[in-house]
Design a protein around this ligand. Structure first.
Ligand SMILES: Cc1cc2nc3c(=O)[nH]c(=O)nc-3n(C[C@H](O)[C@H](O)[C@H](O)COP(=O)(O)OP(=O)(O)OC[C@H]3O[C@@H](n4cnc5c(N)ncnc54)[C@H](O)[C@@H]3O)c2cc1C
Length: 375
């Protein structure tokens, strides 16, 4: 019997597998295609994951800009992840099986993990890190991107070494995301921040092609399709421990989760290891507590509220809203985007936005103030 069986070999599953193995827990990771490379282009803020080694960084753009109606230079280092490097860093100490988990039965002494091919694995603790699949009518971030040679991208951006976190100019329905990939190419992605249901990818693809055509460009390289469920509810406590996107770790207003999952893997594994001798039910409870302490639940509630407010805002005001967001002190920007357990910082960022926004935007943020007062 393995101590821990983890379904899902994405960044979250592998980070937790490594962290559990390092604490002396025998760990098995199951994924339908464990050798398949990760295709998504992952970006994160350097301050979110200071432990990230250089080998896991594909590119550290020299500066990062954001545009609402006008430009803002962001005083924060953005990084593009080298997926192979990240995987290598997260490797080691655990066994990897090819397979698909079909179900799990929990007993007093452990769990039986059933695979689609009929195999059954005995586990002390079962972790579901199988990602978040769109279910029902949910808020989604969708995007369609194309990878261009840097010299072509220069027709759309000033410098091939600059990341553009969001550029709302020219479209109120979404923004352009631009990311140098560190190999002489640049990803340009037409993005719909949040919508319920997500804006269809064909629409974003058409918009991107129109933008490229207007710049005299055609896309012949790799394309990227993005669909991220934003409002995964906080999971119920039980014997299955969810992790990563499956555990609602995706930021409801930004769609990010990679840095959070990799960072949180350490404290969740600590909690599991510390409770291990008290039995599987206790270890699962300890993992749930480490994943979703009261402060993180409260911040998640504020972020989900922020998501709903943004989605309810008239499209022409969204770029104005972001002009204000990006003039917040960087500490408050960081609190809102990254401070998962920073309730005072998140509330302060939201109330400062409310106080400083022009009246047409503020009118739509009134719910934020009411929420802060009710705390
Ligand atoms: C194209 C794209 C770009 C993104 N860019 C960013 C970004 O820049 N920054 C950021 O922070 N986030 C980004 N995200 C959002 C999010 O962080 C990613 O979705 C991330 O991959 C989530 O990691 P995860 O390990 O939780 O899940 P996943 O990466 O989805 O991994 C889940 C794994 O579980 C496997 N699996 C599924 N079902 C089973 C089963 N029954 N049994 C066993 N295994 C199973 C899947 O095959 C998969 O390998 C992006 C998402 C997409 C789609």
């Amino acid at each position: 019997m393995a101590d821990v069986v983890i379904a899902g070999g994405g960044p979250a599953g592998r980070a937790l597998a490594r962290a559990c193995a390092r604490r002396g827990l025998s760990t098995i990771l199951i994924d339908p295609a464990p050798g398949r490379r990760w295709r998504a282009t992952y970006g994160l803020w350097a301050d979110e994951l200071p432990s990230l080694p250089e080998s896991a960084v594909a590119c550290a753009p020299s500066r990062t800009l954001a545009f609402g109606t006008g430009p803002h230079v962001l005083d924060r280092q953005y990084l593009v992840v080298d997926n192979a490097g990240l995987r290598t860093w997260l490797d080691g100490g655990y066994d990897v099986f090819a397979g698909t988990v079909a179900g799990v039965d929990h007993g007093r002494l452990g769990s039986s993990v059933r695979l689609e091919d009929g195999r059954v694995l005995a586990a002390g603790l079962y972790v579901d890190a199988s990602g978040a699949r769109p279910r029902g009518n949910r808020y989604e971030q969708t995007a369609f991107g194309a990878v261009l040679p840097a010299e072509d991208a220069l027709r759309l951006i000033e410098s091939p070494d600059t990341a553009v976190f969001m550029d709302w100019r020219g479209s109120e329905q979404g923004f352009l995301y631009v990311l140098p990939l560190g190999d002489g190419t640049v990803l340009v992605e037409e993005t719909s921040l949040a919508r319920k249901p997500g804006l269809p990818l064909e629409l974003l693809a058409a918009r991107l092609r129109a933008r490229l055509t207007a710049a005299g460009l055609t896309s012949r390289g790799r394309e990227e399709r993005v669909r991220i469920v934003l409002d995964v509810p906080v999971p119920r406590r039980g014997r299955t421990v969810p992790f990563g996107a499956a555990a609602g770790l995706v930021h409801p207003a930004t769609g990010y989760s990679v840095a959070t999952s990799v960072r949180l893997a350490e404290s969740v594994a600590d909690a599991i290891a510390e409770a291990w001798d008290r039995g599987p039910a206790e270890a699962a409870s300890a993992a749930h507590r480490a994943l979703w302490p009261a402060s993180a639940r409260a911040v998640h509630g504020l972020r989900r509220h922020g998501l709903r407010v943004l989605c309810g805002m008239p499209p022409e005001l969204v770029p104005v809203f972001f002009d204000h967001f990006f003039t917040l002190p960087i500490g408050l920007q960081r609190a809102f985007t990254t401070g998962r357990e920073d309730l005072p910082g998140t509330a302060e960022a939201m109330s400062t936005l409310f106080r400083t926004a022009p009246w047409p935007v503020r009118k739509h943020l009134i719910g934020w103030r009411a929420l802060r007062r009710s705390r």
